[in-house]
Design a protein around this ligand. Sequence first.
Ligand code: BYC
Length: 316
Amino acid sequence: MTQEQKFQAKIDEEIRIEPKDWMPEAYRKTLIRQISQHAHSEIVGMLPEGNWITRAPSLRRKVALLAKVQDEAGHGLYLYSAAETLGAERDDMIEDLHSGKAKYSSIFNYPTLTWADIGAIGWLVDGAAIMNQVPLCRCSYGPYARAMVRVCKEESFHQRQGYEIMLTLAKGTEEQKAMAQDALNRWWWPSLMMFGPNDKDSKHTQQSMDWKIKRFTNDELRQRFVDMTVPQAEYLGLTVPDPDIKWNEEEGHYDFGKINWEEFWNVVKGNGPCNKQRIRARKKAYDDGAWVREAAMAYAEKRRKRSEAEAGIKVA
Ligand code: BYC
């Protein structure tokens, strides 16, 4: 058996691949691409929500939103660490985000215009993220799979906080209900796009499924999301902005309309409503935070020297 065949046999037997194990270069590259994009999405994903921290309608909402945004930062950090176990350098990954070379999720290039958008993001965007990420807890690469366990637990709290905001608005005044409907109208289609291109146009799916990085295809996950979410919209008394949504008895699924792929690729290529603003904000945050990184490094160096000196005393 070649090394490649042994590797695939391990995958087929559901044995996890760990950082020091042999792996094909293409497997390593695919994981670095996916994990770093995922990390960038978490980090950029803080921006649309951060926009509402100072304007949250109550202390309770503010505390929950702050906690959620902090969680996203934590997810980004675990994911950068997971990518580092594959030999990627954090500075390079961040440079690729800032230069526009690396992708991040299309969804975070849309603006958050009203408070209801915070509800819609939690409900739909985190809902879509959970649908995509729960299977990643079974990803063949150990560090990514393990990081996903905690991430998914936190995402499920995020989804609930979003749905609860939507529920409050939907059961509120006419004006509040209209805000909730407007947010659903604007976030529905971009949420379906989060799952990526249709299977026939997805260049990585087949290989990633064979390597058990992905456990379901983009279309399978998107369909599950629609099936889960349409009844939730009904419970809220809101209307999904797709006239083609219809329960298909034979298939046991909801049929839905055509996704605007031109819009999707336009956003992915950097021309969405907020792409430029998001990257500008990230670069500024990175530059403004330089002193924190320098201080942390200086402190770590001081501690290292002190413990070396103490070890020296003990030896003496
Ligand atoms: N946006 O062959 P495909 C979250 C790219 S949730 C931008 O299907 P793959 C969060 C794709 O990268 C969001 N680009 O690729 C939630 C590829 O380009 P490259 C992040 C997209 O990898 C709430 C090309 O299109 N989640 O973080 O098999 C609050 C062809 O696609 C998108 C993850 O990253 C998109 N929507 O499947 C805060 C989960 N879709 O790389 C944060 C992990 C596709 O060849 N990632 N592209 O240049 C995945 O599961 C998979 O990478 C994807 C795409 C399903 C996203």
